[in-house]
Design a protein around this ligand. Structure first.
Ligand code: ATP
Ligand code: MG
Ligand code: MG
Length: 551
């Protein structure tokens, strides 16, 4: 994370190094490959990789792939790509599924110690027997079966003799514990399913609560950083490490999840948006996924700066989504070339400009970063401006084009609207204007002033382009900080995407997918990698120019 800020996790690490408890910090980022990474994961990535880096430690990218029903190699690949794109390098690429044999042995050890038993109760019965916060649980009638019997049954579970759900292996802890997680949690279940890594080798799979501490201990992870909802599981985590006699003892540390306004963040919900066609894939620019944000045009730098600003705390309030926009604006300000793009074009004929003449005008590439130099833009008798930059009957204080008014064309000349051409239905289809050669941009003309400056593109060389403008995908509510489920589909914004047509400057023809520009007055845009073709450039608006947001 931010090198200059202290936080409580960093303090624990410093203490552990100073006391000699550890000589090297080892962390891991442990995604389950059941979906694409989102901005919340970026926070976990920054904390795990960032802190280990700071102490010259190690970070594993470990796939927590213990549930074959939901996992897929597509997700594994996307997660690797996203971690790299965010700018991090893992020391080891690991899969929890490669420890299945080891985990099985540790489960057998627990049985042998009288600390685990095979239970025949159904899932519903187990839930019922578990009790509630106010009522203690009841022992399963199978809790006292002999060690020998449990060993035999567990082996039969492994060999495929039972159906899904017929039996489970449970840790034998305490059915009256005030911490429900300790009421004989299920640690193995039967699932006849093909695993993306181990294929059909296994039909029993360890539960997350059993697997995760073992994975950490096997890898020698020193600080197992997770989100706050696992706080109540910490006693179980420690129980498993201890009773499975793991040599290396990791410490679980919890921090508050990142939540962002107007955003749902759980992979399950994001998958639902994809599966039910609300968006065009996990990388839809409206998605809070890393791949969606990349496609929209966010940079790794802006995401890292944003996450860093949110800090490391135990609490988890929702961060304003405008803060994300603030950071991408800041990042692109000096990097993105300026250019002009006309959305919803209106033809303008400059009647006193010589027919057939083309001149090349000079324009700065980025006034805020003079090192980026200048570009040439053609100008001629016919140009496009935006329909929105003309009004036949303007209200007061309208300074753009209207009959009889004069405006400045950015980087060019003053033009004055002399005549409005309409089609038979009364729609304005063309403006006839005159220009004043004296007013050429860059010549220092001071003869008179105009109040409006509008942008334009020369008509004969204009390059067709599509502009995709986005609004939040989710209206008003953020996901609850405590992860409580809400019906979020009702909050999906039906107007989150607007697709508009127009033109861009001819020198934009060469732009490549993922290149970013600032279109004069419209904001920052990214060349869409999915929809851009040789015939048509498609630009995703990353963010508009102005915001009232303050850090
Ligand atoms: P989701 O509920 O979105 O599926 P998850 O926690 O189940 O998230 P994992 O694949 O287990 O997803 O996540 C890998 C790591 O990322 C975990 O350590 C998890 O705690 C962390 N993480 C997930 N979401 C967030 C978030 N919103 N803020 C911070 N860390 C997160
Ligand atoms: Mg998880
Ligand atoms: Mg999850």
């Amino acid at each position: 994370m931010d090198n200059h800020n202290s936080n409580f996790i960093k303090d624990i690490m410093i203490k552990d190094l100073e006391s000699g408890k550890h000589s090297k910090i080892v962390t891991r980022f442990p995604p389950e490959p059941n979906g694409y990474l989102h901005i919340g994961h970026a926070k976990s990535i920054l904390i795990n990789f960032g802190l280990a880096d700071e102490f010259n430690g190690l970070t594993n990218l470990r796939f927590d792939d213990t549930n074959p029903l939901k996992e897929d190699i597509e997700y594994v690949n996307s997660i690797k790509e996203d971690v790299k794109w965010l700018g991090f390098e893992w020391d080891n690429l690991l899969f929890a599924s490669n420890y299945f044999e080891e985990m099985y042995k540790r489960a057998v050890l627990l049985i042998n110690k009288g600390l685990a038993y095979v239970d025949d109760l159904s899932a519903d019965e187990i839930r019922e027997y578990r009790g509630t916060l106010t009522a203690p649980g009841k022992n399963s009638p199978y809790r006292d079966r002999s060690i020998e019997e449990s060993l035999e049954l567990f082996e039969k579970m492994r060999s495929g003799m039972y159906d899904n759900g017929q039996k489970v292996l449970r840790a034998k802890i305490d059915m009256s514990s005030p911490n429900i997680n300790l009421r004989d949690p299920v640690i193995y279940r039967i699932a006849h399913a093909t695993h993306h890594n181990t294929g059909d080798k296994w039909c029993i799979y360890p539960m997350y609560a059993f697997a995760h501490p073992l994975e950490d201990a096997i890898e020698g992870v020193t600080h197992s950083i997770c989100t706050i909802e696992f706080e109540d599981q910490r006693p179980l985590y420690n129980w498993i490490v201890e009773n499975c006699e793991m040599e290396s003892v990791p410490q679980q540390i919890e921090f508050g999840r990142l939540n962002v306004t107007n955003t749902v963040m759980s992979k399950r919900k994001l998958k639902q948006l994809v599966d039910e066609g609300f968006v065009d894939g996990w990388d839809d620019p409206r998605m809070p996924t890393i791949s969606g944000m990349r496609r929209k045009g966010f940079t790794p730098e802006s995401i890292r700066a944003f996450v860093s600003e949110t800090g490391v705390h135990k609490g988890s309030g929702a961060v304003d989504s405008q803060m994300l926009e603030h950071f991408v604006r800041e990042d692109l300000k000096l990097k993105a070339p300026r250019t002009m793009g006309v959305i919803n074009p209106l033809k303008v004929v400059i009647t006193n400009y010589p027919e057939g003449q083309i001149e090349l005008l000079d324009a700065e590439v980025n006034p805020e970063n003079p090192e980026m130099g200048s570009r040439k833009i053609p100008f001629s008798r016919e140009i496009y401006i935006e329909q929105d930059d003309f009004m036949e009957e303007p209200p007061k204080k309208y300074f753009r084009l209207f009959p009889g008014n004069e405006v400045r064309l950015k980087n060019a000349y003053f033009i004055k609207c002399e005549e409005v051409v309409k089609d038979p239905n009364g729609n304005v289809v063309e403006l006839r204007c005159t220009y004043d050669p004296e007013t050429k941009s860059g010549t220092g003309f001071t003869g008179r002033k105009v109040k409006g400056t509008i942008h334009w593109v020369e008509a004969a060389h204009a390059v067709p382009a599509e502009f995709r403008l986005y609004e939040p995908l989710i209206l008003d509510t953020a996901e609850d900080a405590d992860g409580v489920e809400k019906s979020f589909l009702e909050n999906v914004n039906p107007n989150s995407l607007e697709v508009l047509q127009g033109f861009v400057e001819p020198n934009m023809k060469e732009s490549r997918p993922q290149e970013k520009f600032q279109f004069f007055r419209h904001g920052y845009f990214n060349v869409d990698p999915k929809h851009t073709t040789v015939d048509k450039l498609v630009f995703n608006r990353i963010v508009s120019l102005k915001s009232s947001f303050k850090i």
